[in-house]
Each structure stands twice: as C-alpha cells, then as structure tokens.
Design a protein around this ligand. Structure first.
Ligand code: NAI
Ligand code: MG
Length: 506
C-alpha cells in the first residue's frame, strides 16, 4: 500500500497554489484580509501544510455584502437580459470544463477524496449544473388568470404573477464536495439574477477561490460573485446576521443549520438548509443480492462515508442477513486505502485528522452502547487521516452509532422481519434526508415510498443525484430544496398583480 503522496504529477496550475497565502475576492478583485491573519490547511493524506488561508473578519464581510448589494441594485447585472446571463453561465461552465483536471487535483489535495470522484462530482457535475441552470435563465415565468372576486360582481379583474430575483445570497458550504456545493449554490443565483457572497469551509477553500477567478474570466460583472474565507463561527456567523443579506443558503451540520435558522428567522431572512442524515438502506426479502450487496457497500463507503445522504444504516431481511453482512464486510476488507491522488486507491483519508478522531470516538461510543464490531474499527498506521471501512451490528436501533450522523465509513447493520416494521425503524431517527429500498416488488416500493420520511427515496440505487430533481431533507435534515425548478425558484420573490379590466370584450 502506498500511503505517501506525490505532487510531481500534478498540473502546473494545481502545483502553483501549494504553499501560498490565499486572498479573498470582493467586487471582482483579490485582496488581502483586513485582519492580516491566516490559518493553515493540511493535506489529510500526509499532514503536510498546503497553504495559508486568508482569515476574513467583519470588515471584509461588510465590504463583500456591500459589493454584492451594489451589483444587485445598480450595476450592469440587474439590467442584463436573461439570455445574456445564460451566455455568461455557459462560458463559466466551459471554463470549469477546461480547468477540470486542475480543479479536481486542488479538491483532492485539501479534501483527501479520490481524484476520480473530485473529477466526476466537483469538476464535471459543476459543469452540468451550470449548463442545466443556465437554461432556466430564460424560462422563469409567472401566471396570468381571470379573477373571480365574488364580492364585486359588477367589476372584472385580471391577475398575474411575476418572479424577481430575491437579492443578496450568503452561501455557506461544507468540505465534503466543495466545488460542487459552491456551484449548486452559485448556479441558481446567476440564473435568477441574484448576487452572492460564497463562504467555503475552512478546510477546502482552494476550488471556490479558483471558481472566483473563472467568474472574472467568464465576464461576470464585479460584485455579482464574492468569496470570503475564514472561520465559520466568525465570518459565517457575520454573514448570516448581516442586514444586507436576503437569503442564506447553507449546507453542513444540523447543529450549525439550527443555529443559522434561529438567527435568520427573527430577521425574516429566507433560508435553505441542507443538513445531516442517517439514511437507511433496506434490502427486502426479494432483492437481487448481486446488485444490493455492492450497492449497500458503496452507499456508505463512497466518498469515505462523508456524504450527507450516505447509507449509514443497513436493514436486511432476516433471510439474507448473514449473506448480505458477510458480502458487505468482504468488500470493506478488500477496499484499497491510499491517497486520493493515487488512481488505484478506492478510499482516501478522511478530511482532516480531527474529523478522523471524532469518527473513531463515535465507533468506540457505539461499541460501549451495545453495538458489535463486524469488521474494521481501526485507524491505519500512517501520517494520513485514514480509517478502515467499518461495520457494526446492532440489535437495538438505540446505540449512538445507530442514531447519530458519523460522516465516516461506518455502517451499522440490522436485520428485520417485515415491511411495516422496517419502515417504522427506518423512520426512527431525527433525520430524513435519503433512504433506499432494494426490491423488485412494486407494492413494496409504493409502501416504502409512501411511508418513509425522507427527501429522496432511491429504488435499487442509492446516492444518485440529478440536477433536474429537487434535493432536500425532512425533519432535522433541513429546510427547503436545492436543484431542480424548486431550487431555482427558491432564489426568487413572488409578486402578484391585480388589474381592473374596463373593456369587457374577451
Ligand atoms: P459545519 O456545519 O460546522 O460547517 C459547515 C460550514 O458552515 C462551513 O463553511 C463552516 O465554516 C460554516 N460554519 C460553521 N459554524 C458556523 C456558524 N456559526 N455560522 C455560519 N457558518 C458556520 O460542519 P463541520 O463542523 O465542518 O462538520 C461537523 C459535522 O457536520 C460532520 O461531522 C458531519 O456530521 C456534518 N456535516 C454535514 C454535511 C452535509 O453535507 N450535510 C457537510 C459537512 C459536515
Ligand atoms: Mg462545525
């Protein structure tokens, strides 16, 4: 197993960013942070420092929000026609495609994720997201209708609605799919004519900063896109509280999401929260195990379990429990662990060492609270933040590892007897982000789809996301939706018009 990282083969663009101080991006220009402070980030595969990240403060937040506000209210942006915004978005998508290799390398360097995933998700899916949302720019519409107004029978009225851009959006993103998350938030902003201050996670700011450069290159007017880096509880919180921000678009932990909602609600700000999960994977009695076993393994081990919709709870019909758990454990034991930049690796390190330690501590707490270890459960002897793919079994559904989001490659497996019982158990956490059912039976699919409280239900697959479908969570997993038409419209305000009609002719 090679656990040392090699930067020699990186693209010139990615190499040139290692070991530097970063800046923040306000009103189309890069500048040093007002605080003159920086914090360092490390490559989680070897612990080596990757760079010094600008630590913005309230002064920078004020500047960035003012730039976004100005661009929204009186710049070329608000006068731009929809087809021109579409063209800019398509240009930005092309630039991301041209720089996909560099972007995916930068993403792998700081997040530790596999290069093939940072390519497929962060780079390529960002391109598709921008192209999909670009098409919406010219298709945002309202309604027209004849009104009844029963209490004014002698008069006639005509009603209409119009959608307008909501305003300045503060977009706060996590470290697990950073560029993709930034673009999921940026694309509807651009399509609707809003402006944005993006705040990437502390650990993974490189690609969002590179995105800012590409926005300039694409010709997006200054102030439409601003990027602030810094500590979440400082600049993230300052953005949420800022009176110049109309909407907060947040992806991250349920804890931070609830804090944001509590601040935003009395200020009457709009918000979209995409939060944590503990998504169940249910393998029914009639499931095709050839598909379901690898499906269940990659539902949790994909992206090292660092997915909000990771399939972290596995429910197997008792008839197949032994075979399925043995099959998933066999995959877990043979997964090749190594640096994300190594093309042969199947699982890289977790995002940083402190997160690895948190995951390990949760495994230990799970074992203390009644779970049993089927495989894994150890770190790997290396300077990297590696951890073995781990499976726990649990008879009770009550252990910490059955209830809390772990955000690592840790699966808890259970057996079940009947469909009604498993739906109840699938719902027995505070979360409701995703769920999958593996079956060929249509009645089973219908009752699972109807009974499980989750924002996305997958049938014979897990974690497949598409830009045209809304993505969001129920219960503690969030509020509102991203992507799809719903995610787009969440960046608009709706106005109704009532017009008296004097000419009664049709
Ligand atoms: P977090 O929710 O604290 O951080 C996410 C983003 O919010 C980052 O950009 C961070 O700087 C910012 N932030 C932090 N505190 C803030 C505040 N008070 N106001 C405004 N913004 C703030 O997540 P963290 O601490 O990185 O990870 C903790 C756990 O959260 C993970 O172990 C995992 O369980 C969960 N998580 C879920 C994600 C998802 O996709 N739903 C993504 C990342 C983490
Ligand atoms: Mg946090």
């Amino acid at each position: 197993m090679t656990l040392a990282n090699n930067y020699e083969h990186l693209s010139a663009g990615a190499k040139s960013r290692i070991g530097k101080r970063t800046q923040i991006f306000i009103n189309g220009e890069f500048r040093d942070p007002h605080s003159e402070k920086y914090f360092s980030i490390a490559d989680p595969s070897n612990g080596l420092e990757l760079g010094q990240i600008a630590q913005a403060d309230q002064f920078d937040v004020d500047l960035a929000v003012a730039a976004a506000r100005k661009a929204f209210e009186d710049s070329a942006w608000s006068r731009m026609r929809p087809y021109q915004r579409e063209a800019l978005m398509l240009r930005l998508a092309d630039l991301i495609a041209e720089n996909a290799q560099e972007l995916s390398e930068l993403e792998t360097l700081s997040s530790g994720r596999l290069i093939r995933n940072t390519r497929a998700f962060d780079a390529d899916l960002s391109v598709y997201t921008l192209r999909y949302m670009a098409g919406w720019s010219t298709k945002i519409s309202g309604k027209t209708l004849d009104l009844s107004v029963p209490y004014l029978p002698d008069q006639k009225f005509f009603g209409f609605t119009k959608r307008s851009p909501l305003g300045v959006v503060a977009a706060i993103t996590p470290w697990n799919v950073p560029l993709c998350q930034a673009v999921w938030k940026l694309a509807p902003v651009l399509a609707t004519g809003c402006t944005v201050v993006l705040k990437p996670a502390e650990q993974t700011p490189f690609t969002t900063l590179r995105l800012a450069e590409l926005c300039n290159e694409a010709g997006i007017p200054p102030g439409v896109v601003n990027v602030i880096t810094g500590l979440g509880h400082e600049v993230g919180a300052a953005l949420v509280e800022h009176p110049g921000v109309d909407k907060i678009s947040f992806t991250g932990s349920t804890e931070t999401g609830k804090r944001i909602a509590a601040i935003a609600a009395p200020l009457m700000k709009k918000y979209t929260l995409e939060l944590g999960g503990k998504s169940p994977v249910v393998i029914a009695e009639d499931a095709d195990l050839n598909i379901a076993i690898p499906g269940a393994a990659w539902a949790i081990f994909g992206n090292h379990g660092q997915n909000c919709c990771a399939g972290s709870r596995l429910y197997v019909h008792e008839r197949h429990y032994a075979e399925v758990t043995a099959g998933v454990a066999e995959i877990a034991r043979t997964i090749k662990i190594g640096p994300g930049l190594d093309l042969s690796s199947q699982m890289g390190p977790l995002v940083h060492h402190a997160h690895r330690d948190k995951v390990m501590s949760m495994i230990h707490q799970g074992l203390e609270s009644g779970a049993e270890l089927l495989c894994g459960g150890e770190t790997i002897n290396s300077p990297g933040a590696y951890i073995q793919p781990t499976i726990l079994t649990d008879l009770t559904n009550n252990s910490i590892t059955s209830q809390k989001e772990i955000f690592g490659p840790v699966l808890t497996a259970f057996s079940f007897k009947d469909d009604r019982e498993v739906i109840q158990r699938a719902n027995a956490t505070s979360f409701g982000l995703g769920a999958s059912i593996w079956t060929k039976n249509v009645d089973r699919i219908t009752s699972f789809f109807g009974g499980v409280k989750a924002g996305t239900i997958w049938i014979n697959n897990h974690n497949v996301l598409d830009l045209s479908l809304p993505f969001g969570g129920m219960k503690d997993s969030g509020a509102g939706h991203e992507l799809g038409e719903e995610g787009l419209l969440a960046h608009t305000s709706l106005k109704a018009g009532v017009m008296r009609v004097f000419d009664q002719a049709e």
